[in-house]
Design a protein around this ligand. Sequence first.
Ligand code: FPP
Length: 248
Amino acid sequence: MNLRSLADAIKTKKLKQAIDWNGALPSHIAIMMDGNGRWAARRGLPRSAGHYAGMQTMRETIRNCLHANVKYLTLYAFSTENWKRPAEEVDYIINLVHQFVTGNTIREINDSNIRIRFIGDISRFSDSTQQVMKNAAAVTGANTGMTVNFAMNYGGRSEIIHALKSVIDDGKEDLTPDEFETYLYTSGCPSPQLVIRTSGEKRLSGFLLWQCAQAELWFTDEMWPSFSELLLYRAIYDYQCRRRGFGS
Ligand code: FPP
C-alpha cells in the first residue's frame, strides 16, 4: 500500500466513525458517472480505457453502497445524447454492458442479493442488448438487498413525456404527484435523496428531473474512475450534516 492509499484508508475509517448510522441516511443515491474520457486523456490513454476503468469503479461503488446500507442506487450510464458520440465509442460502452450483465459479474451481483433494473428507452438498443438487459433484470428480479437502476438511453424530459403518454392512454384526467410517479421508469423506487456528480461539472443534465425535486446535490472534481469509498462516505457525511441543519 502506498502512502496516499494509506492516508485515504485512515480518512475513510474516520469518516465511517463520524457518520451517524442510526441517523438520516440516503436510502436512494443517484450518481452521474462523469469524466471517463478526461481521466483517460490525462493518462495518455484512449477513451475506451476510461470507460473500462469507469466500469471497475462502478462495480466497487455498487459494493460500497451495499455495505453502506443504501437500498437504491441509480447510475447514469448512457444518456439520450450519448448516441452522438463516434459509433466505435458507443459500441464499446454497449459491449461493457454485455460484459457486466453476463458471466461472473452478474453472478456476483446475484449472490449479493442485488436486483438490477434498466431505466430509459431501451427499445433503441439491438435485440441482443435488450435481451441481456431483460435477462439480468429477470435473474435478479426477486433480490431484496439493494436495487441498482442503470439509466440507459435515458433522458429526464423524454421520461416525463413517455409517462404522460401512458397517463393519456389510461384516460386519466386528474392525478396526484404520487400517482404520476407510478408512470415513471423508476416506479416503485423512492426519490433519490442524494445526487452525486463527478468531474467538476455542476449540472443535472436531464437526470431524474422529476425525482430530484428535493434531492441534495453533491459534486466532486474527481473523475469517475477515481471515485472511491472515501468520496462515497464524504458525500454521505455531508448529506447528513446538511439534513441535521434542517429547521434547527
Ligand atoms: C461519462 O464519461 C461516462 C459514460 C458516458 C459511460 C459510462 C459507462 C460505464 C461506466 C459502463 C456502463 C456499464 C453498465 C453495466 C451500465 P464521459 O465519457 O462523458 O467523460 P468525459 O466527460 O471526460 O468525456
